[in-house]
Design a protein around this ligand. Structure first.
Ligand code: GDD
Ligand code: MN
Length: 394
C-alpha cells in the first residue's frame, strides 16, 4: 500500500476498534486495484471491442490492468457489448457519457474515473500497436520519465495506409503544433501514449480538452515540462467501422492551439462566437442587398428576412463550431434555435438602448454603435452558453 503514511491515523483508529477486523489484515486478503488503466474512447466501435480486449489480454498477461471504455452514447450498441464483457471480466469497465462528445474529454474523464498509478489511451479500432503497452509501462516504472508516446514520426514508425491528403494535413498540423507550443516529441498528434498519474494530475487543471488532440494539450498544460520518451509504431488499418476524422477536427485543432496561446486572456469560445457574430453582419447585409435589388422587396421585409437568415445562420454555425462538443440535434436543435433567437433579441434591444443613451450623451456615432454591439455580444455569449448550449450535469 503506497499511500499508507497519509492514512496512519485512520488505520490506528480502525485497529483499536476490537469489534472490527483490523483494516490492514482485511486488505491483505483483498485483490488490489489496477496498476494500469487503459482508456479506450469509443464512438460506434461495437465490432472492435472484443478483438481489442483479446489483444490487450494477450499483451498484458501477468500485469494488473483494467480497460476503461469511455463511450459517447454510440448508436450501434458499443456500450452493450462492453457491459456484457464487463459482466464476465471485472477488468473491463464502462464509462457511458451522454450529452458530451470528444476524444480528448473522454480520455480525461476515463483517467479521472480510475485509480491506477499509470494510465494509457488507445484507439478502439486496432490502429495502434497494443504490443507497446508492456514496454511503455516498464519504462515508466524503471525510469524518471512522465510519459511514453507511441510515435509514427520516428525511425521504424509509420503512418500506414493513409492517403496523401491525410498524410499532408497530419504533417502540417504536427509542425504547426510543435512550433507554436514547443512540444518536445516528434508526434504530438499521436492518440496513443501512457502517462504517470501525477504528471496527468499536474496538467489536468490547465487542460483545454477541446476536440481530438489530448497529447499536445497535456504537453502545453503541464506546469513542469513533461519528460517524454517515444516508441515507434506503424499505424495500422482500421479494423471495423468508420473514422470520425473530418474537417471539423481541423477547426477544433486550431481552436485548441488558440486556446493554449491566448486562452488565459480571453476564452477561445468567446472569440469564435464573436467572429461568427461578425460574419453574421456580412450575411445580413448581403441578404438585405439581395432582397432590395434582386427581389425588389420593401425595405422592412428585406431587413426582416436578413435578420432571420443571419440569426439562423449564426445559430447553426455556433452549433457546429463553438459548441461542437455540446451540439444540438433533432428537436433540441429547434428549441435551441428558438432560445438563441429570443436571447439575441433581448441582446439587440439592450444594444440599441445603450447605444442611444451614449449617443444622446454626445458620444461619437461609431463609439456609441460599437459600445452597443460589444454589450450585446457579451450578453449573447454569456446567456446562450448558459441556456441554449447548457452543459448537461453542470
Ligand atoms: N468517446 C469518444 N468520443 N470517442 C471518440 C470520439 C468522441 O467524440 N471521436 C472519436 N472517438 C474514438 C473512436 O471511436 C476511436 O476509438 C478513437 O477515438 C479514434 O478515432 P478515429 O475516428 O479512429 O480517429 P483516427 O483514426 O482518424 O485518428 C487517430 O489517429 C490520429 C493520428 O494519430 C486518433 O488516434 C487521433 O487521436 C490521432 O491524432
Ligand atoms: Mn482510427
Amino acid at each position: 500500500m503506497s499511500a499508507q503514511p497519509a492514512f496512519e491515523i485512520a488505520l490506528e483508529t480502525q485497529a483499536e476498534d476490537a469489534a472490527r477486523e483490523p483494516l490492514l489484515e482485511r486488505l491483505a486478503r483483498t485483490e488490489p486495484g489496477p496498476h494500469l488503466t487503459v482508456v479506450v474512447p469509443t464512438r460506434n466501435e461495437r465490432d472492435n471491442i472484443i478483438p481489442l480486449y483479446n489483444l490487450i489480454c494477450a499483451t498484458l498477461t501477468g500485469r494488473n490492468w483494467e480497460m476503461m471504455v469511455v463511450d459517447d452514447d454510440s448508436a450501434d450498441g458499443t456500450a452493450e457489448v462492453v457491459r456484457w464483457l464487463a459482466q464476465h471480466d471485472r477488468r473491463v469497465r464502462l464509462l457511458s457519457r451522454v450529452g458530451r462528445r470528444g476524444l480528448a474529454s473522454a480520455f480525461v474523464e476515463g483517467v479521472q474515473a480510475s485509480t491506477a498509478p499509470y494510465v494509457a489511451v488507445i484507439d478502439a479500432d486496432l490502429q495502434h500497436d497494443e504490443t507497446l503497452l508492456p514496454r511503455m509501462l516498464q519504462l515508466l516504472e524503471d525510469e524518471p520519465i512522465d510519459i511514453v508516446v507511441g510515435s509514427r514520426y520516428v525511425d521504424h514508425g509509420g503512418i500506414g495506409d493513409w492517403d496523401q491528403g491525410r498524410a499532408r494535413i497530419s504533417a502540417m498540423a504536427t509542425q504547426l503544433g510543435r512550433k507554436l507550443l514547443r512540444v518536445p516529441v516528434n508526434d504530438p498528434m499521436s492518440g496513443f501514449f501512457m502517462i504517470r498519474r501525477e504528471a496527468f494530475a499536474g496538467a489536468m487543471l490547465n487542460l483545454s480538452s477541446i476536440g481530438f488532440k489530448i497529447l499536445i494539450d497535456l504537453f502545453a498544460s503541464s506546469p513542469q515540462p513533461l519528460r517524454a520518451r517515444e516508441l515507434p509504431f506503424e499505424f495500422r488499418t482500421r479494423h471495423s467501422g468508420e473514422s470520425k476524422f473530418d474537417t471539423m477536427i481541423g477547426i477544433e485543432y486550431l481552436m485548441l492551439l488558440a486556446d493554449k496561446l491566448i486562452g488565459h486572456i480571453v476564452p477561445v469560445r468567446f472569440l469564435m462566437f464573436a467572429a461568427i457574430g461578425a460574419s453574421g453582419l456580412v450575411t445580413h447585409l448581403a441578404v438585405l442587398w439581395a432582397g432590395l435589388n434582386l427581389l425588389s422587396l420593401p425595405f422592412a421585409a428585406a431587413q426582416a428576412s436578413a435578420t432571420l437568415i443571419a440569426m439562423v445562420g449564426n445559430f447553426a454555425l455556433n452549433n457546429v463550431l463553438t459548441y461542437r462538443d455540446r451540439r444540438l440535434t433533432g428537436w433540441k436543435f429547434v428549441s435551441g434555435l428558438v432560445s438563441f433567437c429570443a436571447i439575441c433579441g433581448i441582446g439587440a434591444i439592450a444594444n440599441v438602448g445603450i447605444a442611444s443613451i451614449l449617443f444622446a450623451g454626445h458620444a461619437l456615432w461609431w463609439v456609441a454603435g460599437l459600445a452597443g454591439a460589444a454589450m450585446s455580444v457579451v450578453w449573447n455569449y454569456a446567456v446562450t452558453s448558459a441556456l441554449t448550449w447548457r452543459q448537461k450535469g453542470g
